[in-house]
Design a protein. Structure first.
Length: 487
């Protein structure tokens, strides 16, 4: 039984990697509910009356034969029919209700009908092809996995999606096949499952409740038959009704999620983002002018929006935002921080990078969205003694002392003198120590949303970065000597 169940999940109810990447939790739950129905059918199939009748029949004598409040008795003597023939006759002649006769196969029909609805609509509307193309781009750009750091200090970042992103964007233009397929499939599943549920409740339960004893008319002679697993079947039917009800509720939720934007997490986020952008820009601009390419990518593209929403349900908001940065260059550039300055000293083994957060309304809007956590990560490649520093968004005020970026203690206070210019706006800086003289290094600044990298900027540390003012070198050298003496 376990082997059959495993084979069923892998081969029949299994999904490709692309389908899993865009499969919401309710669809996964529906798969397990169908799997449960199939398992119930497999469990009950060995008891199927049609394959080997379990009935034993006895000639009704006096007033011993009763069914549904009615007494059956024979006025004639026992005709002496063959017992095996009588039980087969009573099984196949209609004495046993067809619902009970074929009950195990009824369970399998429920499961298979719901399963084939999804498969048929996927093929008719070619939804699988779009999923595969989209998923291949996800793999190519490592959207679902951690970014692979470049080796040898070389910056090799290219997250514009390339030709594949342009092809996908073009293939989804003015397309709603995927949305229609998903919507019609959901509605049809609700209708079919509801019909089966109503039939099970109205017809199935009364039939099984009154099937403990079967009265069979054999050529005007009454026989009382028993042996059918009526009680077992009714318990299985209760489980079936519960499973089918859960399945219908999942599809109703899916239908609401499809038709009501407030149910989608990404939809709520993008609605807030659009409202924030509108507040910043004021009136006078159309939605297309305000949102740029993002209007055609998300707001006016039903199929692509649905795929991004499905990606959000399975992997979170960050991968969906990362995909939008691949499709929209302006949105991508608006999310990237800018490296303002790199200062390094191989002799002292230290380096500092100063970077500026994006000043665009995109960053400001995303940072204010509920459920979105925006941060920046500065790292040096390959890793030195200090390898990574993380920063929250913070506005740096102007002042006579230069930068107000919080207090630095000990070594950080000395390294703060590496600053050579006055900083203003959303400026962050990171200091690294333990650099080796014969190693080439790169600085990489990543924009991280909800724990996932959505954009990066990288710059190699070159000779031109290794020029410190003399007074700065003296201060850092004195501090390093003092620190060594204390050790």
């Amino acid at each position: 039984m376990a082997a059959i169940g495993s084979l069923l999940m892998d081969k029949v109810l299994g999904h490709s990697s692309a389908e899993k990447a865009f499969r919401p939790w309710w669809d996964t739950l529906e798969d397990f509910l169908i799997y449960s129905l199939v398992l119930l059918g497999i469990i009950v199939v060995p008891t199927a009356i049609i394959t080997g009748t379990p009935l034993d029949c006895n000639f009704c004598q006096e007033d011993h034969c009763q069914a549904q409040g009615k007494i059956y008795f024979n006025n004639l003597t026992d005709p002496g029919f063959n017992a095996w023939w009588v039980k087969k006759f009573c099984t196949m002649s209609g004495a046993v209700d067809p619902f009970m006769l074929y009950f195990p196969y009824f369970l399998l029909i429920i499961a298979m009908s719901l399963f084939f609805i999804e498969r048929v609509f996927s093929k008719i509307f070619e939804a699988g092809d779009k999923l595969e193309k989209f998923y291949n781009l996800l793999l190519k750009e490592n959207v679902l996995d951690a970014k692979v750091a470049p080796e040898g200090g070389a910056c090799q970042l290219s997250y514009d999606g390339g030709r594949e992103a342009l092809e996908i964007r073009q293939s989804f233009k003015n397309s709603n096949n995927f949305f229609i397929s998903y919507l019609v499939r959901t509605i049809l599943e609700i209708i079919v499952a509801s019909i089966l549920l109503i039939y099970s409740v109205i017809e199935g339960i009364p039939i099984l409740d009154h099937s403990n004893t079967i009265i069979c008319d054999v050529h005007s002679y009454y026989f009382e038959c028993s042996g059918q697993p009526a009680q077992f079947y009714i318990y299985i039917l209760y489980f079936t009704i519960a499973i089918t009800s859960f399945y219908i509720m999942c599809n109703i939720y899916n239908l609401m999620w499809l038709t009501l934007p407030c149910f989608g997490k990404l939809s709520r986020l993008m609605t807030t983002y659009k409202r924030n952008m509108r507040d910043l820009a004021g009136e006078g601009k159309t939605d297309k002018e305000l949102m740029g390419d993002l209007y055609d990518i998300y707001y006016n593209n039903i199929d692509l929006r649905l795929l991004l929403e499905l990606l959000t349900t399975s992997s979170g908001v960050a991968p969906a935002i990362a995909m939008m940065t691949l499709f929209d260059k302006g949105f991508r550039e608006a999310m990237k921080p800018k490296i303002k300055q790199i200062v390094a000293s191989r002799e002292l083994g230290i380096a500092e990078v100063q970077f500026q957060e994006p000043k665009s309304g995109v960053r400001a809007c995303l940072a204010d969205l509920p459920g979105v956590h925006l941060m920046y990560v500065a790292e040096i490649i390959p890793p030195a003694a200090t390898a990574v520093e993380a920063f929250e968004s913070k506005y740096i005020l102007d002042g006579p002392g230069g930068v107000e970026n919080g207090s630095f203690s000990h070594l950080e206070e000395a390294k703060s003198d590496l600053e050579t210019g006055k900083l203003r706006g959303h400026i962050q800086r990171a200091c690294f120590e333990g650099l080796k003289k014969d190693v080439d290094y790169s600085m990489k600044i990543s924009t991280v949303v909800n724990g996932r990298t959505i954009s990066e900027v990288c710059e190699d540390i070159l000779e031109e970065h290794e020029g410190l003012p003399e007074d700065t070198e003296e201060i850092v050298a004195e501090f390093a000597s003092a620190a060594a003496a204390l050790e």
